[in-house]
Design a protein around this ligand. Structure first.
Ligand code: PLP
Length: 410
C-alpha cells in the first residue's frame, strides 16, 4: 500500500537552476506588494508601449477584429499564408535573399521563437555567444536548452559596439551560434555595417549560426540607418527575429516571426527539429497573425514617432538630457529602441549591489528601473530606463531619481 508522504515538496526542475530572467524578477514582487497597498508605481522597467498611450495602429486593430471569426481554428504550425507571404516580401525589401514561405515561422512573440530556436539547436555544453549587456531572454533560453551562454563584450567607450576581438577570443569548438541584438536592448546602439561585416566574417570562418534579433529595426533616431544582418551574406546561416510588439505597439497581441536565410543547406536537420517544435505547440495565436500583412505593408506610423518632434524622439531627448545633467551620471545617447542605459560613476556612487539600488529607489521614490546586472553585465554601475512615458512624467521621475542619488549610499 502506498504511504502518503505529506512532506514531499514539489521543487522546480533543475533545468531552471541557472536560468535567470531579471526584468520580471524579485524587485517586481515588491512593486506588486506596494501597489496592492495602494501606492502608484512608475514602471520604467518594461518596453511595453501600450500602457503609455502608444496605441496599436488603427488598421491593425481593425484587421484583428475583422478576422476574429476566421481565426477560430488552429492554423498551419508555421503560420497563416498571408502573414508569411508578407514577411517574405519584407525580406525582399530588406535585401535578405532567397527567402521562401517555408523559411518563415510565426510565433507567439519573438520570445517563443527564441526559446524554440535554442531548444532546437543546442545539446548540453554547446556554447552560444551572447552580448553583454543582453536582452536576458537570450541567456535564459540558452541555459534552459542546456547550452552554455558565453558573453561577449559590448564596449561603452565605443558607443556600445560589439568588441570583435573579444568575440574572436571566445569562439571554441563548442560554439554553435552568435546572437546579435541590433538595434540593441538595453544600450540603444545601432551597429554600423563594418561591425556587422566583421561578425559575419567570424561566423563564416567558424561556421556559426547568426541569430539576429532585429525587433527594434524601425525604431531609429537621428537619421541612423539599420542594416539587416542577413542581407549581407548568402553563405552564412541566419535566423532573423522581428515582430509586432515594438514598432507596431502590439506587444499584447503576441506576434513575431523568425526567418531562416543564407546557408540553409547546412541546416536541414536543425530545420526539421524546429518544424517539430513548431508543430508541438500546434500554432501561434491566430487572430494577431491577420495583422502582420497590414503592419508590414504601406504606411509605417512608427516613423512619425521617431522623427524629430515625434513623441519617442522628444522623450528620448528629454530623458537623455536630464539624466546626463545629474552629477556622476553619463550615458551613450541611444540611436535606436526604447531605452537609456546610464552609468553611475563608481567613484561617486560605489554600488556593490545594483539590485539593492533598484529596490531602494522603488521603496523610496516608487520608481521601477532594471539594474544593469539583470542584463548579464558584470559591473554594477548601470541601470536601464525605459523612455516610453510622456515628457512631464519623465521629468518628474528623473528629478526624483536625481534627488534619491544625492544622498544614496550602500
Ligand atoms: N528581443 C528583444 C531585444 C526585446 O527587447 C524583446 C522585448 O522586449 C523581445 C525580443 C521579445 O519580444 P516579443 O514581445 O515579440 O516576445
Amino acid at each position: 500500500r502506498a504511504t502518503i508522504n505529506f512532506m514531499r515538496p514539489l521543487s522546480k526542475s533543475s533545468k531552471l537552476d541557472n536560468v535567470c530572467y531579471e526584468i520580471r524578477g524579485e524587485v517586481l514582487k515588491e512593486a506588486r506588494r506596494l501597489e496592492e497597498e495602494g501606492h502608484r508605481i512608475l514602471k520604467l522597467n518594461i518596453g511595453n508601449p501600450a500602457p503609455f498611450g502608444f496605441d496599436v495602429p488603427e488598421e491593425i486593430l481593425q484587421d484583428v477584429i475583422h478576422n476574429l471569426s476566421e481565426a477560430q481554428g488552429y492554423c498551419d504550425a508555421k503560420g497563416i499564408f498571408p502573414a508569411r507571404k508578407a514577411v517574405m516580401q519584407n525580406c525582399q525589401q530588406l535585401g535578405i535573399k532567397s527567402v521562401e514561405i517555408e523559411d518563415i515561422y510565426i510565433g507567439n512573440g519573438v520570445s517563443e521563437l527564441i526559446v524554440m530556436s535554442m531548444q532546437g539547436l543546442l545539446n548540453a555544453g554547446d556554447e552560444v555567444l551572447i552580448p553583454s549587456p543582453d536582452y536576458p531572454l537570450w541567456t535564459a533560453a540558452v541555459t534552459l536548452s542546456s547550452g552554455t551562454p558565453v558573453h561577449y563584450h559590448c564596449d561603452e567607450q565605443s558607443d556600445w559596439y560589439p568588441d570583435i576581438d573579444d568575440i574572436r577570443s571566445k569562439i571554441t569548438d563548442k560554439t554553435k551560434a552568435i546572437v546579435v541584438i541590433n538595434p540593441n536592448n538595453p544600450t540603444g546602439a545601432v551597429y554600423p555595417r563594418e561591425i556587422l561585416e566583421q561578425i559575419i566574417d567570424l561566423a563564416r570562418e567558424h561556421q556559426l549560426l547568426i541569430c539576429a534579433d532585429e525587433i527594434y529595426d524601425r525604431i531609429l533616431y537621428d537619421g541612423v540607418k539599420h542594416t539587416a544582418l542577413a542581407s549581407l551574406a548568402d553563405d552564412v546561416l541566419f535566423f532573423t527575429f522581428n515582430g509586432l510588439s515594438k514598432s507596431y505597439r502590439a506587444a499584447g497581441y503576441r506576434s513575431g516571426w523568425m526567418i531562416v536565410s543564407g546557408a540553409k543547406y547546412r541546416a536541414r536537420d536543425l530545420i526539421e527539429g524546429i518544424d517539430m517544435l513548431a508543430s508541438m505547440r500546434l500554432c501561434s495565436n491566430v487572430p494577431s497573425q491577420f495583422a502582420i500583412q497590414t503592419a508590414l505593408g504601406g504606411y509605417q506610423s512608427i516613423n512619425d514617432l521617431v522623427l524629430p518632434e515625434g513623441r519617442l524622439y522628444e522623450q528620448r531627448n528629454v530623458a537623455y538630457d536630464l539624466l546626463t545633467q545629474i552629477p556622476g551620471v553619463t550615458c551613450v545617447k541611444p540611436k535606436g529602441a526604447l531605452y537609456l542605459f546610464p552609468k553611475l560613476d563608481p567613484k561617486r556612487y560605489p554600488i556593490q549591489n545594483d539590485e539593492k539600488l533598484v529596490y531602494d529607489l522603488l521603496v523610496q521614490q516608487r520608481i521601477l528601473l532594471v539594474q544593469g546586472s539583470g542584463f548579464n553585465l558584470k559591473d554594477k554601475q548601470h541601470l536601464r530606463v525605459v523612455f516610453l512615458p510622456r515628457t512631464d512624467v519623465l521629468e518628474d521621475a528623473i528629478t526624483r531619481f536625481a534627488h534619491f542619488l544625492e544622498t544614496y549610499q550602500q
